[in-house]
Design a protein around this ligand. Structure first.
Ligand SMILES: NC(=O)c1ccc[n+]([C@@H]2O[C@H](COP(=O)([O-])OP(=O)(O)OC[C@H]3O[C@@H](n4cnc5c(N)ncnc54)[C@H](OP(=O)(O)O)[C@@H]3O)[C@@H](O)[C@H]2O)c1
Length: 303
C-alpha cells in the first residue's frame, strides 16, 4: 500500500521530480529534496541538500528514514555534462552509487530515473535487453549510474525514460514549455524532423513511477510514450491540441546544428515490458496532449 510508505524524492525542484512529488504527497508521506533552486511553492516537507556532500546526504537519509527513494536528481543538460564531465560524474554517477549502497544496507527500495540516452540511436525502438552504447558524456554518466545501482543486487528499479513533456510544477523546464513560449510570442520554432523519441507526458510518467515505487518489480524498465515520433511532428500535434498556429513551425535537420554534445538520431524506446507489468497505461502523444490541454483548461491555467 503506497499510503503506508515514506518516500524521499530527489530532484523534486526539477521538472520530472516535481511532478512525482506532487502526485506522491497526495498518496503518502513524502519528503522532497532540492539543491540550488527552491521550488515555486514550498508546501509539504522540503530539505535543501547538495547530494554530492555525502555526510549531509547521509544525515538527511538517517533523519527521514524513507522506505522508498525515488532518485530523479541529475545534471540533465547534455551540453553542460559534455563541458563538465567531472560534475556529471559527481552528481549523476557518484551520488547514485551512494544512494544505491544506502538502499542495499538499509533494505530500502530505490527507483533510479535513467534515460534513453544510454543508447546510440542508430536503430530505435530499443528494448530493455538491447545493448547500450551512449554517445555523450550525459548518456555515459546515466549508464554508469545504472550499473552502480544494478551491482548492489538489492531492491531497485532502473527506469529509462524518454523526452518528457508537460508543464513544470515546482521548477525545471521542458521541451514543450519552450515550444509553447515561442508559439505564444508568435515566434517561429525550428524543430528537427529527423530525430526520433518516444515522448511521454510527465503526469503519465509520474503515475507509472509511483506504481513501481509501491510494487515489487525489480529490474530495468522503459517508461516512455506509446509512439515513436520526430520533434517536428510532435510540435504539429501540440499546435493541433493546444489551438496554436502551426505555420510558426519550421522543420530542420538535426545535422544543421553544431551541438556541444552529440545528439543520437533515434533513441525511441519499446514499452512492451511496461505494458505487461503495469496497470498504468502509457499514453500516445495524441492521448497525452489531449489530456494535458484538457487538464490545463480545467485548472484555468492560462495557455
Ligand atoms: N526531462 C527529460 O526529458 C528527461 C528525459 C530522460 C531522462 N530524464 C531524467 O529524469 C531525471 C529528471 O530530469 P529533469 O528534466 O526533471 O531534470 P531537471 O529539471 O534539470 O532537474 C534536475 C534536478 O536535480 C537536482 N540536482 C542537480 N544537482 C544536484 C545536487 N548536487 N544535489 C541535489 N540535487 C541536485 C536539481 O536541483 P536544483 O534545481 O534545486 O539545483 C533539480 O531538482 C534526471 O535523472 C534525468 O536524467 C529526463
Amino acid at each position: 500500500m503506497i499510503n503506508s510508505l515514506k518516500m524521499l524524492i530527489t530532484g523534486a525542484s526539477g521538472f520530472v521530480g516535481g511532478h512525482i512529488y506532487h502526485q506522491a504527497r497526495q498518496q503518502s508521506k513524502t519528503c522532497a529534496i532540492y539543491h540550488q533552486n527552491p521550488p515555486k511553492e514550498m508546501s509539504g516537507e522540503w530539505r535543501q541538500v547538495d547530494l554530492t556532500d555525502s555526510s549531509k546526504m547521509q544525515h538527511v537519509l538517517d533523519d527521514v528514514a524513507p522506505d522508498v527513494i525515488i532518485h530523479a536528481a541529475a545534471v540533465s543538460n547534455l551540453d553542460v555534462c559534455e563541458e563538465s564531465p567531472d560534475l556529471a560524474n559527481a552528481v549523476n554517477v557518484v551520488t547514485t552509487a551512494r544512494l544505491a549502497a544506502y538502499a542495499r544496507e538499509k533494505a530500502k527500495r530505490l527507483i533510479f530515473i535513467s534515460s534513453d540516452m544510454v543508447f546510440d540511436g542508430s536503430r530505435g525502438m530499443y528494448k530493455e535487453t538491447d545493448e547500450t552504447y551512449p554517445i555523450s558524456v550525459y548518456g555515459r554518466s546515466k549508464l554508469m549510474a545504472e550499473r552502480a545501482v544494478i551491482s548492489e543486487k538489492s531492491n531497485w528499479v532502473v527506469v529509462r525514460t524518454a523526452l518528457v513533456y508537460g508543464k513544470p510544477q515546482t521548477g525545471g523546464s521542458s521541451f514543450s514549455e519552450w515550444l509553447e513560449r515561442k508559439l505564444r510570442r508568435n515566434e517561429q520554432a525550428h524543430l528537427y524532423y529527423d530525430q526520433f523519441r518516444t515522448p511521454v507526458w510527465v503526469d503519465n510518467l509520474a503515475e507509472a513511477i509511483l506504481e513501481l515505487a509501491a510494487g515489487d518489480f525489480t529490474g530495468v524498465i522503459h517508461l516512455a510514450g506509446a509512439n515513436r515520433i520526430d520533434r517536428f511532428s510532435f510540435a504539429k500535434q501540440y499546435c493541433l491540441f493546444g489551438g496554436f498556429d502551426d505555420e510558426l513551425l519550421v522543420a530542420k535537420s538535426v545535422h544543421q546544428d553544431a551541438h556541444i554534445a552529440p545528439r543520437p538520431v533515434d533513441v525511441s524506446l519499446s514499452v512492451d515490458k511496461a505494458r505487461s507489468i503495469l496497470k498504468t497505461r502509457l499514453l500516445s502523444t495524441e492521448e497525452g496532449l489531449r489530456r494535458l490541454f484538457s487538464s490545463a483548461s480545467r485548472s484555468n491555467n492560462p495557455r
